[in-house]
Design a protein around this ligand. Sequence first.
Ligand SMILES: [Zn+2]
Length: 267
Amino acid sequence: MTKILISKIAFLFLALAIFVSACQETDHEIAPVDETLVSPEVSAQFASLGFNPIDIEKVGENYLVGGDIIVTPKALENMKEAIVVGGPSGEQYRTYNLVSAPRVITVKGRSLSSTVSNALNLAIANYNNENLGITFQRVSRGRADITLRETGSSAGGVAGFPEGDGDPYPSITIYGGTSSYGLDVVKHVITHELGHCIGLRHTDWFDRSFSCSPPYDGVEAANPEGAVHIPGTNQSFDANSVMNSCFNSASTGVFSAGDKTALDYLY
Ligand SMILES: [Zn+2]
């Protein structure tokens, strides 16, 4: 018992130490860990939904799950009961909540370098080229459904999932160091985070060792946000999915066949 507890605590600290670097493969700056502990009440709430509290950090008002996914208190309230996910082996997955379609989703950039700005246009084109029921439209001023900010010097990105009101998650952060990997990788990370905003989970959520190198937060819980298998997607690990947990310097930012099947099925 003691051994298990210690290893869980060690795992917690590991998870905290790498939370900024989720969605990418290299080591980066370590974020401050103060005020990231989840209260016992909220921890019990997550646990009752089948969630492993060790995977959760508190970030401001919200909770950070699996390193790069934000769950707001509102989203948590809208979580449905846990469902059984049968035999995860590498297919694409979605959250319970999706974006209402058809609709145009407006996206605004804030404080973007030229590389990130160009990559945002390419990521938007990725989705719009699929002729889905949702399309993304970049706007330069006024209110936007999603605001994408560039900040910090580490690499990777952070977004969240739809909160149950039919809207996409409203914000994406791209870390400034991502640009050092080149335009295709930035396109990949932004495409990935836009995927979270419309309800796509990590393709390898159940075993991040498929795409990540140590140290990484090994397994994401299926709940509370849900990990619903998308029919028709690959039955083996999809190494080319933009929705894999980690990227690498060779990431292309191009949808895999499984990604396209998933998007076509959902939207
Ligand atoms: Zn992600």
